[in-house]
Design a protein around this ligand. Sequence first.
Ligand SMILES: [Zn+2]
Length: 499
Amino acid sequence: MYGAPGSVARPTFRLLSLFPLTGAACVSAAALGGDISRFAHKLALREQSDMWMSTFARFALPGLQRTASATARQALRARCHPWAAAAPRPSFMGPAHIRGHQTLGSASIPLAHQSVRHVRALDEERLVEVEWEDGGHSLYPFTWLRDNCQCPLCTLESAQARLLPLSDLDIHTGVDVVEVTNDNKVSIAWPDQHMSVFDGDWLKKHCFSAAARQAMQEELFLNERYYWDSKLRIPTADYQEVLHDDKAALAWLLALRRVGIVYLKGAPGEKGQVARLADRIGYLRLTFYGHTWQVQDKAMANNVAYTSGKLSLHTDYPALHFAPGVQFLHCINQAVKGGESEVVDGFHMAEKLQREDPEAFRTLTSVRVDFTDTGTDYCDFMLQSKKRIIDVDAEGRVVRINYNNATRDSVLDLPLHRVQPFYRALKAYVNIMNRPENVVTYKMEPGDIVTFDNWRLLHGRRSYVSRPDRLRHLEGAYLDWDEVMSRLRILRKAVHGDL
Ligand SMILES: [Zn+2]
């Protein structure tokens, strides 16, 4: 909520007008990642057409390359994955980049069907080695194969869930016989007489090489991001198309994941639209501010967003330990004067901070800051949380920004000598995000909905002149990334089939 979108028309681009045919190809590219086989062929054909010039392709297409780094791709070629034709190189605009992907050129594509040439058990290492027709090979631990037996005794197919309890899994099992079946599957006879049969494609996808695992992770989680600054032209889609067309909805969610912000135009100028949009995905996230909430200038405001004042760049709700992942804001009425919205790419700014001021980055990724929020809305609440301003994962990648100066607590759980360094670090980060070259400014009009990644973007609002006869009014809602990613995967499957 805090960051109600505001004014100045930023040139947005109409990606969805190109969609019905083109978007599909672009999107599918992004959607697939690890197992891009069949579709690679379609892509190669489409590459020759002008369709690739669709602005959307610039955002969605790089998903094709998410088999990750050039090194990983080389490894794939050498070992596990037989990659064939080169995929098209997307053209990126501006200074933005994909983290860890300076070279996007030579992504390759696997052949369609994974044929098993030979299989043998390496008893000493307790590994099954599969040799593929293309010459590559993969290794699978005995224990893992037994654990993932696909037979009806071990797997409940209707739920795609494991039946075999861990108590029944012999983690020291050997294998009696391993062979290639007539229909080119891998069969294993276990010492306890149990039989397992594994499909070649399934095994290939589950290869344990670093490159294959990376490809699978990207296919599942779409963690590659397009970093941007003030030159971003916010991806824009049509509200009605997103509601009614799966390809348009998929393109919306792919861009939301990759870029972090998508603008929807053409919603009715009345309440209820953010809830409809949430229904399109699954369900919205209830918080203490209600199922949806009304951003307006209110007397006795229980939140700084409910005034006509300026809101500095922030993420919403760091006072919750699990802050909402995605935010929708629908403009129902806009102020005549002021009320422009501002957004920055918090991940990109964190990367800049790490480069410019590693000490500050270390501080903000380690110090846990207290946040608080107290009041009454949906019901009464008294929240306390402890969050790092910049959350990184085990590999050191930035995964979430938690910063709202309004709800940062006066409780500061630090020894005296660490107080000043903390302020210095926070100031360094905020100074970077406030640089004009990093901020995108826009002014929402009635019927516009902005959807954005609340774990990544910081958003703000310029002050506005409040007029009782024409009250500025935005309706907002939250969702979580689990629900959004779930819908994205389902749409990807519906649009592109079983790829
Ligand atoms: Zn079994």
